[in-house]
Design a binder for this molecule. Sequence first.
Ligand SMILES: [Zn+2]
Length: 404
Amino acid sequence: MKINKITGLLLCITAILTLTNCTGNKNCESNMPPKYVFMFIGDGMSYNNVALAESYLSYKQGKLGGEQLLFTTFPQFGCATSHSADCRVTDSSASGTAISTGSKTNNAMLGVDAEGNKLRSISYDLHDMGYNVGIISSVPVNHATPSAFYANSESRYDYYSITEQLPGSGFEYFAAAGMINYYGDDDENPKDGADIMLEKQGVNVCFSIEEAEEAIKNGDMMLVCQPYNKNREASNYDAGGATPADHISLAQMLELGLKRLTDEKPFFIMCEGGEIDWAAHSQKTFPTVLSIVEFDKAISVAYEFYKAHPEETLIVVTADHGTGGASFTEDPKWESLERVWAESGYKNELNGADNRKLNEEHNIDWSTTHHTGEPVPVYAVGKGAEKFAGRMDNTEFKSKILGR
Ligand SMILES: [Zn+2]
């Protein structure tokens, strides 16, 4: 009896203290991560590349400007500086590491600091807190950006050993183009094909939407890959090529992810538009614009989810760095460029010099085939979105999401 009274009293005091703390501290609520978190990363998606896409969308509506992608209509807008620990211009692995772990590292290093010490991705923090985790990319799952959310490696190029770390994450859902470095580095002693290796470790690797639906029903830890990359090295994205008919879009990958994760438990989803970077490295104007539009379609899937759960959902959209340095100094000749694009069968297989000539003739200037170092744009909507307004550094995303 006595013990029960004491326990009751203690519970009461704890409850009062908790209440006092919450009412006394207005930040109490915002110090918790939102229940549902979408982090979108447009690889190489500089503000200029976004502007190029919106210029094209405006042309399609017969306007000089003003047409918007969905994500640029989000109420909060900011920018993030992105230098790495050893360079003013970051690469994807150093930036991905900064975004996922909150710490700077050297270019080419992944999930470790400049001394090689392991860092902890936000995906693991949230997974430990009971969140389901989904990692999605339009490029291979062992490429820098997705890997930065589940792996630790002194080199982003240790592709096979990065893939070997995927099963140990325990994350519920992965979707990507496939795997590069499919048999490992040693041509004399090839390892198991990467998907075979993952299957042996308990990951259900799916190569069609039907297979994915089955894995979702079973509640498996799963990886969805493009059908045309089954049992083979993922084709490195062909920045100018036409999309195969059985291609699974980024939006479809996200839809499958939402079916797997459901709204029953909290979740964290990182979704990368990876081919934006590859298109911009090759200075291919149409592929760059269209890959941003594809990325926006995936964001609209998240936005529909947000509209159903507005009080509990946060969507953040950013880039890891710029690529290509696109700009237009005169009116881009969209009509003519679109005609060339259609006449070539919706692909651009021009070599560097011919493609440069095509861009110049259409008043679109690209300054480099490399990354660019200006701050990247940040857009946010939903719970805690106001934290992403104004200027920040890319090491701040993690703490802003976690509320620490
Ligand atoms: Zn990148």
